[in-house]
Structure formats: C-alpha cells, structure tokens
Design a binder for this molecule. Structure first.
Ligand SMILES: C[S@@+](CC[C@H](N)C(=O)[O-])C[C@H]1O[C@@H](n2cnc3c(N)ncnc32)[C@H](O)[C@@H]1O
Length: 229
C-alpha cells in the first residue's frame, strides 16, 4: 500500500509481508518485550526506557541491524534507538542483541516520520544515523526518498545543539540530493567541505565491500546542529 488511507502522505517504504525465520520469531517472542518500545503519540522518556541517563542516538531504517549492533557494541556508553518498519529486520536485530548481550539498544517498529514527530522531544538527540536509505531511484519514485527538506528540518529540531546527523548512501544522485538538502537546512552545518570521510564507528558492510570492489562509490555526510539554531 503506497498511501495511508487516513493521511495520504507519501511513504518512504512499502509494507512487505517478509518471511520470518524461526530464530527471528523466537527473538521477537523472547526479547521483544524487553527491547521493543511500543509506538505511541507521546514523548519517549529515554531515561526510563534505558534505565540510565546517557547520550541517545536515533537510527532510522536499520534493515537487518548488523551495523546497528556493531555500533552499539562499540559504544556501550551511548543509548541507541533503532526504528524500522520491516518485521524480519526487527527479529534479526533482536537476535543480535541476544547473541551479543547488548543493553544499550531499544527498537521501535513503526514509520520513522511518525516516531520522530510524536515520540522524540526537541533537542534531545546526540545524533541521528540514516544509513543506505532506500534509493527510490526511478524518477517517478524520487518523492519517496527519506532525505527531503521537511523531514530533515524535523530531524534537525530533535537534535541537541552540537549533535549530528550522519547519512550514507551508495547512489550518487541521492548523495547529491542529500548534500543539497542538508546544506540548505539552516539549523545544520557541514562538518566537511562536502562529503565526509567515513567515521570510524560506521563499519563497512559486506554489501558495501562488494560494491567498492566493483568500483561503486559510497558517500558519507556528517552535519552538526548549530548551537544558535
Ligand atoms: C535499503 S535498507 C538499508 C538498511 C540498513 N540501514 C543498511 O545499511 O543495510 C532501508 C531500510 O529503511 C527502512 N525504512 C524505510 N522507510 C522507513 C521509515 N519511514 N521508517 C522506518 N523504516 C524505514 C526499510 O524498511 C529498509 O529496511
């Protein structure tokens, strides 16, 4: 379904049934109650959700969650909230949380636009990660891309002064769109001249390694929230 019958907003995802593996299903049953937070139209209290006070980073569209788990394992002092609509992805990341005994991750299975709008308090995030968002590469689908001005303005409003927005893509024209949109957002400032070197915390994925071997590019963009915004 492309449009929500209620608000007819253009979505950045298509609802897929997706087959769940037995292990993913078990992870959802066993770990879901502890690590998944229900979507609600009310502000999420990070301290309550994590049982501690710590900087909190939001990741949008974590896919199967390998990168998310690796980053969370490497930064135990930071809280991570991962948002994803796809059920097998949620199952897969819950499985990794169990295997790696991670305590600093919480998941919300819902549209990130609504999660950010309703659950994330203004200026509350230390950072936002958007890695390899769906490219929607056909011209008639470009409008579904996540990184567009209104959503970036919304994200910027949720980032604390000095916090950051980190996007990565392997589609050159999407990278160019990201650069144009992020540069035009008055609350954000580029940390690089244009594209940024890959920050060390972002692991190179298998898929990315293969692409790089084939000569494809990957572009990282890291913008920080202005303190006078
Ligand atoms: C191309 S995948 C990339 C996954 C992962 N970040 C990676 O690097 O492998 C994009 C993911 O974003 C999710 N997604 C797209 N729009 C979303 C939205 N509005 N809210 C939550 N997740 C979304 C999709 O379900 C998909 O799993």
């Amino acid at each position: 379904m492309f449009y929500d019958p209620e608000d007819r907003r253009i979505r950045s995802f298509v609802t897929r049934a997706g087959r769940l593996s037995g292990a993913q299903e078990r992870a959802i049953a066993e770990l879901g109650p502890r690590f998944c937070l229900p979507y609600a139209k009310e502000t999420l209290d990070f301290e309550q959700a994590f049982g501690r006070q710590a900087p909190t980073v939001l990741e949008i569209g974590f896919g199967m969650g390998e990168t998310t788990a690796t980053i969370a394992a490497g930064m135990p002092q930071t809280n991570f909230v991962g948002v994803e609509v796809h059920t097998p992805g949620v199952g897969s990341l819950l499985k990794l949380i169990g295997e790696q005994n991670l305590h600093n991750l919480r998941l919300i299975q819902h549209d990130a636009f609504e999660v950010v709008t309703h659950m994330i308090a203004p200026e509350s995030l230390a950072g936002v990660h958007v890695f390899f968002p769906d490219p929607w590469h056909k011209a008639r689908h470009n409008k579904r891309r996540l990184i567009q001005s209104p959503f970036v303005a919304l994200l910027a409003s949720r980032i604390a002064p000095g916090g950051y927005l980190h996007c990565a893509t392997d589609w050159q024209d999407y990278a160019e769109q990201m650069l144009a949109v992020l540069s035009a957002e008055p609350a954000l400032q580029n940390t690089a001249q244009d594209y940024a070197p890959r920050p060390e915390y972002r692991p190179v994925t298998k898929f990315e390694k293969r692409g790089l071997r084939l000569g494809h590019g990957v572009w990282d963009l890291v913008f920080s929230k202005r303190s006078n915004a």
